[in-house]
Design a protein around this ligand. Structure first.
Ligand SMILES: *[C@@H]1O[C@H](CO)[C@@H](O)[C@H](O)[C@H]1NC(C)=O
Ligand SMILES: *[C@@H]1O[C@H](CO)[C@@H](O)[C@H](O)[C@H]1NC(C)=O
Ligand SMILES: *[C@@H]1O[C@H](CO)[C@@H](O)[C@H](O)[C@H]1NC(C)=O
Ligand SMILES: *[C@@H]1O[C@H](CO)[C@@H](O)[C@H](O)[C@H]1NC(C)=O
Ligand SMILES: *[C@@H]1O[C@H](CO)[C@@H](O)[C@H](O)[C@H]1NC(C)=O
Length: 221
């Protein structure tokens, strides 16, 4: 065990270890490593909003978390400045991981001041904003006009800002794809008929698309 680094006859140290209930102590680094690391460390990303999530290693209420990140290929870990000594189990890394072309790692460790213990770092898998993000479905609005049913599709504002309006939407009426774009008028419709429309946002530059939105329906006069 790591306790074997204790030198024989180091009575003072052994006594203090027993008193503080530390099961393991690295004399060389003077760091107690008794806390289990956080579990299930993973990035979640929607519309290029990236956050790190993890599970608490114990049910102890004293836990605080420290998050670091780095760009793949770089040596140094950087502190996520807004996620040092936090109690919540997630960290907004959108700012730190804003370059969609890069790959990133993040890691988190737990500490408990009351028992002066720290866990090892728990690392995420490699994360790519570009490949790993999920695009959210657009909102669809329908309006009856003289010309027909006006379909208006809007992708999420956060997404539009991130990809500088480089999005397209596929518009589906019933099960057929009828158009692309953000506005469309459906003409030559049958009267007193219910039409349902769904749409899907596409980011051609990143070869990504959202799920289809929920269907919006309208009945013609
Ligand atoms: C103790 O910590 C030092 C420095 O961090 C490390 O090199 C060494 O491998 C550790 N020993 C054990 C048994 O964990
Ligand atoms: C925390 O407590 C819940 C219920 O009290 C238990 O199901 C769970 O296993 C505990 N988690 C840990 C990590 O001890
Ligand atoms: C990160 O924060 C810790 C304190 O929590 C500090 O010791 C360390 O130097 C910081 N690292 C960087 C790269 O700023
Ligand atoms: C996450 O951080 C980014 C950039 O720092 C900020 O624009 C955004 O509002 C934050 N999101 C949340 C949910 O706090
Ligand atoms: C639908 O029509 C109403 C009134 O004709 C108008 O106020 C509203 O802005 C229209 N909505 C859309 C999404 O075009």
């Amino acid at each position: 065990t790591c306790c074997s680094v204790l030198r024989l006859g180091d009575k003072l140290l052994q006594t203090s270890l027993i008193n503080s209930h530390l099961s393991c102590y690295n004399v060389t680094s003077c760091v107690a490593e008794m806390l289990a690391p956080p579990g299930q460390v993973k990035f979640e990303s929607i519309d290029y909003k990236n956050s790190l999530h993890w599970a608490a290693p114990t049910n102890s209420s004293c836990l605080q978390y420290y998050v670091q990140y780095k760009i793949y290929g770089e040596l140094d870990w950087l502190n996520a400045s807004n996620c040092q000594g936090i109690h919540r189990h997630h960290c907004n890394l959108s700012g730190a991981t804003s370059d969609v072309r890069e790959w990133y790692y993040a890691r988190v460790r737990a500490s408990c001041v009351a028992t002066s213990s720290k866990s090892a770092w728990a690392m995420s898998r490699r994360f790519s904003p570009r490949w790993d993000t999920k695009i959210s479905p657009p909102t669809v609005k329908l309006n009856l006009s003289k010309q027909g049913v006006v379909v208006q599709v809007k992708a999420s504002r956060v997404l539009m800002r991130k990809v500088h309006n480089g999005v397209d939407n596929n518009i589906y009426v019933e099960v057929y794809e009828v158009a692309s774009g953000s506005r469309l008028t459906l003409t030559e419709l049958k009267p007193r008929t219910r039409y349902c429309v769904q749409a899907q946002t596409v980011v051609p530059r990143h070869m990504k698309s959202s799920d289809r939105s929920t269907a919006e329906c309208i009945t013609t006069d």
